[in-house]
Design a protein around this ligand. Structure first.
Ligand code: RIB
Ligand code: CA
Length: 328
C-alpha cells in the first residue's frame, strides 16, 4: 500500500536528490510538492522542484509556492552552499511552460491571504491519512498549523530534516540551517503538532556522505539521473572541502525520505524538544533527554543511522542493479 506524502522542501541540491528518491520509490505516492524559502528564495525553489520532476518524468506532480519569508524575520538563504540558482550553478536548463503541470489552486476564500503551498497543505491534510516529509525550514507547516490546527489531527506522520541533538550546528556552533532560518516556525511546530515531530537531524544526516568514489561510479553510469547528481553536487563538494574539510558532500535530505520509508534505518529517543528563538543560540533545537522540564515527549530524535545500508537503498532506488558495488 503506497503511503501518500506531501514533500515540503527548499530545493536546494540535497532537496533535489530527496525529491528524486521519493519519486523513484514505489512505497510512496507524492501527491504534491510545496516549496518554502530557505536554501534559495521560494520562486527559485519552485523552478528547481520542476527540474527534479522533469528529470524523473513526473511533470504531473503539482508544485506549489509557499512562504516567501520566515514567519517573523528576514530570509537568510544558503546560496553560498547551493549556488545562486540552488542547483550548484550547474546550468540545468529552465523548465518551459509547455513542460509544466504546475497547478494553481482556486483562490480559497478566507485563506486567500495565505500562499498556495500553505493552502494546499491545509486542504489535503484535512482529507486525512497523509504524511508530510519536511526538508526545509518549517514556515509552511507552521502557517498551516496556525491557521487550521484541526487539519493536523488527521496527519499520519511529520518527518522533519532539521535540528541537531549532540552534533554541532552548521549555521552556528549550535544551530542547524532549517531551524535557524525560521526558529519561530520550528518552535511552533514542535509545540503544537498533533503528532510527534520525527527529527532527522545533523546527528544522523552528517553520516550520509556522497563520496568522491560514489561520484566516480555515477559518472560511469552514463545515465541522466546520475549526470544530474554529478552536475549539481560539484559546487556542493567544493563547499564541503572548504567549509567542513571533507571530501565529498553531506546529502541531508534524502535520509528523511529513507527514514520515512524504513524506520529501521535509524534509532533514536522520544523526548520533549523545543527551539530557541533568540540570543546567541537562536535556532538551536534543545532536546530534553533527561526530562528536566517534565514535559511529554513531542519528538522522536534520531541519534544513529545505518549509513551504508541507507546509501545502498538510495542508490538502488534510483539505479536498480546498476548501483551494485557503488557503495563500499
Ligand atoms: O541543514 C541542512 C538542511 O538545510 C538541508 O535540508 C539543506 O537542504 C538545507 O535546507
Ligand atoms: Ca532542504
Amino acid at each position: 500500500m503506497k503511503k501518500q506524502v506531501i514533500i515540503d522542501c527548499d530545493p536546494g541540491i540535497d532537496d533535489s536528490l530527496a525529491l528524486m528518491y521519493a519519486l523513484a520509490s514505489p512505497e510512496l505516492e507524492v501527491i504534491g510538492i510545496t516549496v518554502v524559502c530557505g536554501n534559495v528564495p521560494t520562486d527559485a525553489g519552485v523552478e528547481n522542484a520542476r527540474k527534479a520532476c522533469r528529470l524523473m518524468g513526473r511533470e504531473d506532480i503539482p508544485i506549489y509556492a509557499g512562504a516567501q519569508a520566515p514567519l517573523s524575520r528576514a530570509l537568510v538563504t544558503a546560496q553560498d552552499t547551493h549556488g545562486e540558482d540552488g542547483l550548484g550553478e550547474a546550468g540545468i536548463p529552465a523548465v518551459s511552460e509547455a513542460e509544466r503541470a504546475y497547478d494553481h489552486m482556486t483562490a480559497a476564500g478566507a485563506d486567500s491571504d495565505l500562499p498556495e503551498g500553505v493552502r494546499f497543505l491545509m486542504e489535503r491534510l484535512s482529507e486525512g491519512k497523509i504524511s508530510v516529509i519536511a526538508i526545509g525550514p518549517l514556515t509552511n507547516i507552521a502557517m498551516a498549523l496556525r491557521r487550521r490546527p484541526e487539519a493536523f489531527s488527521n496527519l499520519e506522520r511529520l518527518v522533519s530534516m532539521g535540528g541537531n541533538f549532540k552534533s554541532f550546528g552548521n549555521c552556528s556552533p549550535v544551530a542547524e540551517f532549517n531551524y535557524w532560518v525560521d526558529p519561530e516556525a520550528a518552535r511552533y511546530v514542535f509545540e503544537y503538532s498533533k503528532v510527534p515531530v520525527e527529527m532527522v537531524g545533523l546527528d544522523v544526516t552528517r553520516k550520509i556522505l556522497l563520496t568522491p568514489e560514489m561520484i566516480a561510479e555515477l559518472k560511469k553510469l552514463n545515465h541522466p539521473m546520475a549526470d544530474f547528481i554529478v552536475r549539481v553536487t560539484g559546487f556542493y563538494v567544493d563547499f564541503h572541502k572548504i567549509q567542513e574539510g571533507i571530501d565529498g558532500c553531506v546529502i541531508n535530505d534524502p535520509l528523511a525520505v529513507g527514514y520515512f520509508i524504513d524506520r529501521t534505518l535509524c534509532s533514536g529517543i522520544d523526548a520533549y524538544t523545543t527551539v530557541e528563538t533568540e540570543g546567541l543560540s537562536v535556532g538551536q533545537s534543545i532536546v530534553d533527554e533527561k526530562g528536566f522540564w517534565k514535559k511529554p515527549a513531542n519528538s522522536r530524535v534520531l541519534t544513529n543511522v545505518d549509513a551504508k545500508r541507507f546509501m545502498r537503498t538510495f542508490m538502488a532506488a534510483l539505479f536498480g542493479n546498476e548501483a551494485e558495488g557503488m557503495v563500499r
